[in-house]
Design a protein around this ligand. Structure first.
Ligand code: ASP
Length: 444
């Protein structure tokens, strides 16, 4: 029978009540056989995640300071969940072992990983599922890079004989046997690897939102959820800062052609967002807007360079790029005219070498004029349908023109998957709202 891999984030497993919702979701579909939990997250906005408390214990232990108070808070979190769920288990042996390990040799990755390890044990017990320690199947090399092939083999070998399993997220071990974690939010990656290994029909990633939103809800009131997004579109939006998913969670499922479904533990009836490959059959999609999402990022500067007859000067661009390279700068966009060129790059990265870069460019190409403009924001309008829809760019600019928003830069990649626009920083929110109105509200 085909199966589904389900990953639950920290807020989905923050207390006993959330555990009950999670169990109900799992039990409502017999294909949900492989479960990847995070550590208990926040129950309310200024609560502390178990992972953060574990890092704190490790830090204190490392400085020889007593960490028993924080460690007690961690024990209380798990014991509270166990007693409220009324399950018959004790983690006391584990708690003692972890506390002693931290005193003996406080290792950050080991400490942090225990949040998922313990939560996995509790969840497995509550569901009546097998517990598989991620340290037995997720394998890193000694430098800390994941060994995907070896891991996939180990997962397959281990899960072959089991009907179901809870495999904690976020960590594994190196070939030398040391516990190693992914970067923060890494349970997403574990889920993706397990989905690849068991050839899941879908990787469900359960969190506390009903999917990716078309625009940032702090800017657009109550934006629609994106129903279907391709991996490529997601990359474009994620790069601009819109993200619910760990970046490294894409590759293992993408390479195996497995879709990801972002779902909301608190609203399981919502279909969430499907992340799919380009060849997905989109015909079942009900909402079909021309664009998929809009995202904006602040904190850019442009270096504007003017020189008469620049276009005739061989190697002009190369000389400018060499200056950037020599100063360790990467750039985002570089639109140019006949006699002008402007380079967009991060204000923060430019800051330490600002004057030097200007001096170096002056020396390299003797421009007629050069200046830096700050407070630029970049916004990306992303959508696979733009390619086949005439007039999309016209509509974007009409929306901005009506709002009297000055466009500082325009860039459309050859993939026609996105249009990049630079605006003054203070106009970014309004620009996003206007584009949202133009495409979403008016296409409803
Ligand atoms: N618990 C870890 C963190 O807080 C990993 C995860 O939740 O994915 O980053």
């Amino acid at each position: 029978m085909s199966n589904k891999v389900v990953k639950f984030g920290g807020s989905s497993l923050a207390d006993a009540n959330q555990f009950r919702k999670v169990a109900a979701i799992i039990k409502s579909d017999e294909k949900r056989k492989y479960v990847v939990p995070s550590a208990p997250g926040k129950r309310f906005s200024d609560d502390i995640k178990v992972t953060d408390m574990l890092y704190k214990c490790c830090e204190l232990a490392g400085s020889g300071i007593d960490f028993s108070e924080t460690f007690q808070m961690i024990k209380d979190r798990y014991n509270g969940i166990i007693s409220e769920l009324g399950i018959d288990m004790s983690l006391d042996g584990d708690f003692d072992f972890i506390e002693n390990e931290l005193k003996r040799s406080p290792a950050r990755d080991f400490a942090a990983s225990r949040g998922e390890y313990l939560n996995g044990k509790v969840l497995a017990n509550y569901l009546g599922y097998n517990f598989v320690d991620a340290a037995d199947v997720i394998i890193f090399d000694t430098k800390g890079s994941l060994l995907l092939e070896q891991t996939v083999r180990a997962v397959r070998d281990r899960l072959r004989e089991l009907d179901n399993a809870v495999i904690p997220g976020f960590y594994g071990r190196t070939t030398e046997g040391t516990v190693k974690t992914f970067s923060r939010g890494g349970s997403d990656v574990t889920g993706s690897i397990i989905a690849n290994a068991v050839k899941a029909e879908i990787y469900e990633n359960w969190t506390d939102v009903s999917g990716f939103l078309i625009a940032d809800p702090r800017i657009v009131e109550n934006p629609d959820v994106i129903e279907v997004i391709t991996y490529r579109e997601l990359r474009e939006l994620a790069y601009m800062g819109a993200s619910v998913l760990h970046e490294d969670a894409i590759f293992p499922v993408r390479s195996a052609g497995i879709p990801i479904n972002i779902r909301n533990t608190n609203r399981p009836e919502d279909p969430g967002t499907m992340i799919v490959s380009d060849d997905y059959d989109f015909s079942g999609e009900s909402l079909r807007y021309t664009i998929t999402g809009i995202a904006g990022k602040k904190g850019f500067s442009t270096i504007n360079i003017e020189k008469a007859m620049m276009n005739n000067e061989t190697g002009f661009g190369m000389k400018i790029l060499s200056v950037l390279y020599e100063n360790g700068l990467s750039f985002e966009h570089m639109p140019s005219g006949i006699d002008t060129m402007s380079i967009t790059l991060s204000t923060e990265k430019l800051a330490p070498v600002r004057d030097k870069v200007i001096a170096d460019i002056r020396k390299a190409v003797q421009p007629d004029h050069i200046e830096i403009e700050d407070d630029i924001s970049i916004l990306a309008v992303v959508g696979r349908r733009m390619k086949n829809t005439r007039g999309t760019v016209a509509r974007i600019f009409a929306a901005l023109a009506h709002a009297r928003i000055n466009v500082k830069l325009i860039d459309q990649g050859s993939s026609e998957l996105n249009v990049i626009i630079g605006v003054n920083e203070h106009e970014l929110p309004e620009a996003i709202r206007r584009i949202y109105d133009m495409f979403i509200n008016s296409e409803k």
